[in-house]
Design a protein around this ligand. Structure first.
Ligand SMILES: [Zn+2]
Ligand SMILES: [Zn+2]
Length: 131
């Protein structure tokens, strides 16, 4: 199987799940369809997609990096450290912040999937005394 086909299958898998998958989850999904593909082939293809900016890789605080397809434009997340709830925010909400940094530091930001850790509204209400 050609490399480009592996990449295509990964893109299909990520778009179907429409969520954040660890590399192992990506491999397992693909393994169900194509048992002949080995793990390192899948991982290398995944890495190439990240390098080409088609797939984002992020640490969402659960121990392993997660991958997500970036076909719907850039977005970011707020991750609650108490209940684990993931809120998706649009890029327009952080765009201003990105431009300030880029301008002030003459910096070209390549982060395409920002994760902000915090405590969601519900958890703040549940524990009014904790930070
Ligand atoms: Zn995401
Ligand atoms: Zn919460």
């Amino acid at each position: 199987m050609r490399t480009s086909s592996v990449e295509q299958i990964i893109i299909e898998t990520l778009s179907k799940e429409h969520t954040h998958l660890t590399s192992l989850q990506v491999y397992e999904e693909i393994h169900n369809r194509l048992p002949a593909l080995n793990q390192s082939t899948v991982y290398r293809a995944l890495e190439r997609l990240v390098n080409r900016g088609l797939v984002s890789i992020s640490d969402m605080g659960n121990g392993s990096a997660v991958y997500e397809l970036l076909n719907n434009g850039m977005h970011h997340h707020l991750v609650c450290q108490k209940c684990g709830q993931v809120i998706t925010i649009g890029h327009e909400e952080v765009e201003a912040f990105f431009s300030i940094i880029q301008e002030r530091y003459k910096y070209k930001i390549i982060t395409n999937h920002l994760i902000l850790f915090g405590i969601c509204e519900k958890c703040q209400t549940a524990n009014p005394d904790s930070e």
